[in-house]
Design a protein around this ligand. Structure first.
Ligand code: NIG
Ligand code: FE
Length: 411
């Protein structure tokens, strides 16, 4: 696949051996338990991919070596939901919430105003800063949405800039109805499906809609997602965040890769997520992942989604940050893992899996979220002997080193 913006991603050349790994999370059935754990192994990287994993004594010779010193090594986190293209912040809105104001999504329009007024370079600098923050915390794959431009030109440039940093870019022109269309939402939906989609689609892999009271109703959401599908974009939905609603079942009906938030679910929603559907064109079985975003519940002081209920029903769960200036201004996957374990009844292993393989499933990616031959050499070495420490030691910077495409990232 091409790198961000169509450019080939930088890849390490030559071979690199990571050895003295105390615990390797592979997410492969070849290992033990839900994380496919392997102990006392080494991992060989060649041309930016994992070429070999095995007992250290059998390790092949390599051009370079990294000694993991008995630490845990994990696949890089796959953050499948982030809104990084924006300007300004909403710290005052956060303070008001912590003093008792509810979150309604109304502040999105504040960020839309600031984003429209920003230059391309200002937006690019914000994405670069947040991308860097995320990478230092172990995130090697991050989805990036538009959705704070909400004009044809501002959505197109948001995605053009997003594509400089990620292969997984998402057109969210249907984030809210912008103020200038407040009394004619049908007209705005026409713009989203027409000129805005045409301008955005060359830079986007996905289309998303905020299907919620106060944003887009189910008929508008279905129409917009269908237009995106018709030009080849994959579907994802912001669904059931602020209250019960039709978004989750709409996503499943359309074969969405993921429905995100899933905070207020009925039994029928859970049943729909637990079902598999058969893709009409390829005939392949697909599932819709439930992506949970606990940073949003933390920052809006709302009840957390019930991950246990979804896992017990057999639903594939992903964890992501929802990084945005309004409802969840964190780029930290370790923070989300800690919240999921403490507040959402996930085991540490389930949370780590959801933050790696779960995110990859939510982006329909096979090349990331696992560490076995053929996967991208996207990995992190912890300052800890086990993945358990990510939840056990909340708020502690435990990511010692990150490799992206086999390339060690600067600290
Ligand atoms: O995922 N829910 C809609 N969109 C974002 C919030 C955006 C904002 O408040 O600026 C979310 O939480
Ligand atoms: Fe979001």
């Amino acid at each position: 696949r091409p790198g961000p913006g169509g450019r080939p991603a930088p890849r390490a050349t030559g071979s690199l051996l990571v050895d003295n790994i105390g615990e390797l999370v592979t997410n492969s059935p070849a290992g033990v338990g839900p994380l496919g754990l392997r102990r006392d192994v080494a991992l060989l990287v060649e041309d930016g991919e994992v070429a070999w994993v095995g007992p250290a004594r059998d390790a092949p010779a390599a051009d370079r070596r990294i000694d993991a010193e008995g630490a845990a090594v994990l696949p890089g986190f796959v953050d499948s939901h982030a809104h990084l293209v924006f300007a300004g912040d909403r710290a005052a809105e956060f303070a008001a919430r912590m003093a008792g104001e509810p979150y309604t999504g109304g502040g999105i329009r504040t960020t839309v105003g600031a984003t429209r007024a920003a230059s391309d370079d200002e937006l690019r600098a914000t994405v670069r800063r947040l991308r860097g923050e995320a990478m230092r915390q172990g995130t090697t794959t991050i989805e990036i949405k538009s959705g704070y431009g909400l004009t044809v030109a501002d959505e197109a440039r948001s995605l053009r800039i997003a594509a400089e940093f990620s292969d997984d870019t998402t057109f969210l022109g249907a984030h809210v109805v912008p103020a200038e269309y407040a009394d004619r939402p049908d007209d705005y939906v026409g713009v989203v499906c027409g000129p805005m989609l045409a301008a955005a689609a060359p830079y986007a892999r996905w289309i998303d809609v905020f299907c919620e009271r106060g944003a887009f109703d189910v008929d508008h959401a279905r129409a917009i997602l269908a237009c995106g599908q018709a030009v080849g974009l994959g579907v994802r939905v912001h669904a059931n965040q602020l209250g019960p609603g039709p978004g989750v079942q709409l996503g499943v009906e359309l074969g969405a890769a993921s429905v995100d938030h899933c905070t207020h679910l009925s039994d029928a929603d859970v049943d729909a997520l637990a079902s598999t559907t058969v893709d009409r064109t390829s005939g392949a079985e697909t599932t819709t992942v439930a992506t949970l975003l606990p940073g949003a519940e933390f920052s809006t002081r709302s009840p957390y989604p019930d991950a246990r209920r979804l896992l017990d029903a057999g639903v594939t769960v992903a964890l992501a940050t929802d990084c945005n200036p309004g409802s969840s201004y964190t780029s930290s996957m370790p923070f989300c893992i800690a919240l999921a374990v403490r507040e959402m009844r996930m085991t540490p292993a389930e949370a780590v899996r959801a933050a790696t393989a779960g995110g990859a499933a939510a982006l329909r990616r096979r090349d990331v979220g696992r560490l076995e031959p053929g996967a991208r050499a996207d990995l992190m070495i912890l300052d800890a002997p086990s993945h358990l420490h990510l939840a056990y030691r909340p708020g502690v910077p435990l990511i010692r080193q990150v490799l992206h495409n086999g390339v060690p990232q600067c600290r």
